[in-house]
Design a protein around this ligand. Structure first.
Ligand SMILES: *Cc1c(COP(=O)(O)O)cnc(C)c1O
Length: 460
C-alpha cells in the first residue's frame, strides 16, 4: 500500500476504452527475440501496459476532440494558429511563436539559429535529441547540473538545479562569447524527472545575462516543474500553477517545446522567443524544415488540440493528479524494497539497474536487459536510460558510461488506472525476487545517431 495519505482521485472519468491484448511469456520471449532485445522494436499490439514513454501517448479530452472538428486547414493564416499563439503568450509569456511538428523540430531550428561551430552549450544534464541537434550545429554540450543529479539516491528537493559554480567555471574557461546559450530543462528527464527551483532559475538567468548569454528553456515538462515548485519551494504554496509557470518562463529568452508531453496531445510542438531577430531567423528556417510559419508541420486541428491541451494542463487539479499517480506507483515499489531513483520524479519511476542487477557489468547493458526481462515476464514495456542511451563520446568515439543506469517506467497522461499500476508494481517485485538468474546483453547492431531507438542485442 502507498504511504498513509489522504486518498486522491482523478478529476476526469473514462468515456471511451481501447481493449488490450493479453499474452503469455512464451509468446513475449519470441517477440522480444524478434525485436533484438530492444523494446522500441516491439509492435505495440503485443504490449499489455505501455510505459515506454509519455511522449504523444496522452489521452485527449472531449474538449480537445471537439476542437479537432474545428480545424481550419488553410495553408496560411489558420485561425487555430492564432489561438495557439494567443495561448502561448498568455501562459508562457513569450512574444513570438513558430509551431513545429514536435520538440526536435524546434531544437533543430533553434540550434541552427544560435550555435556557431566551436561554440559550447551548457545545460542541466543532456537530453538525447537536444544534445544531438546541438552537436550537428557544431556545438559541444557541457553538463552543469549539480552532482546530486547523477546519484540515484538522495533527498534533494530540486535535483535538477544548475551548479552555478560549474556554469561560472565554464564562462571563465572558454569565454562568454563562445557560449551559444544555456539550456534549462525542467524537470530533468534523464535525471529521473527531477525539478529545478525558481530560485535556481533566477540565479541562472542573472549569471547568464551578466555575461550576455541567452537562457533557453526546454519547456517540454515545465508545467510539471511548476507543480513541484508549488509543493516544495517556500513562498509558492498559495500561487496557481499558471502564475508559477509564467514566472519561471520569464527568466528565459526562448523555449523549445514538445507538446507531446505537457500539452496532452499526440503530436505537436513549438519554438518561442522574445527576440525579434531570432524569431525572424526561425521564421525563415521553418519553411525549409517544417512548413509555413503558421502551421509548422501540423494540421490546423492539431494546433487546436494543443491549445486546448495547454488550457487543461495548466489546471492545478489535473496536474496534481498526474504527479500523484506517478508517486503512487513509485511508493508501491519503494515499500517493496525495489531500488528506484529518489525522490520520485514527475513523469515516471526509474528503476536503478545497477542495484537491481548488481551482478551484470555496465558493459553488458543491465538496464537494457532489465527492460527486456520485464516485458517477457509481464507484458509491461519500459525503456533504457543508461549506457545505450548515452551513446558515444563525440571526440574519442568511446562509449559513454553514465553514472545512472536506469530503466524508465513512464506514465502516460490520463491513460492507465490505479489497478494497472498495482499490476505493474507486483510484476516488478516478482522479477526482483528472481534477479540472480538474469543475464546481460551484447550489442550486435549500432545505428549512428540516437542508437537506443534502433540498436539490436543478443542475450549472453
Ligand atoms: C521528448 C523530449 C524532447 C524532444 O521532443 P520530441 O517531441 O520527442 O521531439 C526534448 N526534451 C525533453 C526533455 C523531452 O522529454
Amino acid at each position: 500500500m502507498a504511504k498513509k495519505q489522504k486518498p486522491w482521485a482523478e478529476p476526469y472519468k473514462i468515456k471511451m476504452v481501447e481493449p488490450l491484448k493479453v499474452t503469455n511469456s512464451e509468446y513475449r520471449l519470441e517477440k522480444m527475440k524478434e525485436a533484438g532485445w530492444n523494446t522500441f522494436l516491439l509492435h505495440s499490439e503485443d504490449v499489455y501496459i505501455d510505459l515506454l514513454t509519455d511522449s504523444g501517448t496522452n489521452a485527449m479530452s472531449d474538449y480537445q476532440w471537439a476542437g479537432m472538428m474545428l480545424g481550419d486547414e488553410a495553408y496560411a493564416g489558420s485561425k487555430n494558429y492564432y489561438y495557439l499563439e494567443a495561448n502561448v503568450q498568455k501562459y508562457y509569456g513569450y512574444k513570438y511563436l513558430v509551431p513545429t511538428h514536435q520538440g526536435r523540430g524546434a531544437e533543430n531550428m533553434l540550434s541552427k539559429a544560435l550555435i556557431k561551430p566551436g561554440d559550447f552549450v551548457p545545460g542541466n544534464m543532456f537530453f538525447t535529441t537536444t544534445r544531438q541537434h546541438q552537436e550537428i550545429a557544431g556545438g559541444t554540450f557541457v553538463d552543469v547540473i549539480i552532482d546530486e543529479a547523477h546519484e540515484a539516491k538522495g533527498t534533494h528537493p530540486f535535483k535538477g538545479n544548475v551548479d552555478l559554480q560549474k556554469f561560472e567555471n565554464l564562462i571563465n574557461k572558454v569565454g562568454a562569447d563562445k557560449i551559444a546559450y544555456i539550456t534549462i530543462g525542467a524537470p530533468v528527464n534523464m535525471a529521473g524527472g527531477q525539478p529545478v527551483s525558481m530560485e535556481n532559475m533566477k540565479q541562472v538567468h542573472a549569471l547568464a545575462h551578466k555575461h550576455g548569454i541567452k537562457v533557453v528553456l526546454d519547456a517540454t515538462r515545465n508545467i510539471e516543474n511548476a507543480y513541484f515548485i508549488q509543493q516544495r519551494e517556500p513562498g509558492y504554496q498559495n500561487k496557481s500553477l499558471a502564475e508559477i509557470h509564467k514566472e519561471f518562463c520569464s527568466y528565459s529568452d526562448a523555449a523549445t517545446m514538445s507538446g507531446k508531453k505537457d500539452l496532452l496531445v499526440n503530436i505537436g510542438g513549438f519554438v518561442a522567443c522574445n527576440d525579434f531577430e531570432v524569431f525572424e531567423e526561425l521564421r525563415n528556417m521553418v519553411v525549409v524544415y517544417e512548413g509555413l510559419h503558421t502551421y509548422g508541420g501540423l494540421a490546423g486541428r492539431d494546433m487546436e488540440a494543443m491549445s486546448r491541451g495547454l488550457e487543461e494542463a495548466i489546471q492545478d487539479d489535473y496536474m496534481a493528479s498526474r504527479i500523484k499517480q506517478v508517486e503512487y506507483f513509485g511508493n508501491l515499489l519503494l515499500d517493496a524494497g525495489i531500488p528506484i531513483v529518489e525522490p520520485i520524479g514527475g513523469h515516471g519511476v526509474f528503476l536503478d539497474a545497477k542495484r537491481f542487477y548488481p551482478h551484470i557489468p555496465q558493459t553488458e547493458y543491465p538496464a537494457q536487459a532489465l527492460a527486456a526481462h520485464l516485458y517477457i515476464d509481464s507484458g509491461i514495456r519500459a525503456m533504457e536510460r543508461g549506457a545505450v542511451s548515452a551513446g558515444r563520446n563525440k571526440e574519442t568515439g568511446e562509449n559513454n558510461m553514465p553514472n545512472l543506469e536506469l530503466v524508465r517506467l513512464t506514465v502516460p497522461r490520463r491513460v492507465y488506472t490505479q489497478s494497472h499500476f498495482d499490476f505493474a508494481a507486483y510484476s516488478i517485485v516478482e522479477l526482483f525476487e528472481k534477479r540472480e538468474q538474469a543475464k546481460g546483453l551484447k550489442m550486435v547492431y549500432e545505428p549512428k545517431y540516437l542508437r537506443f531507438f534502433q540498436a539490436r542485442f543478443e542475450s549472453l
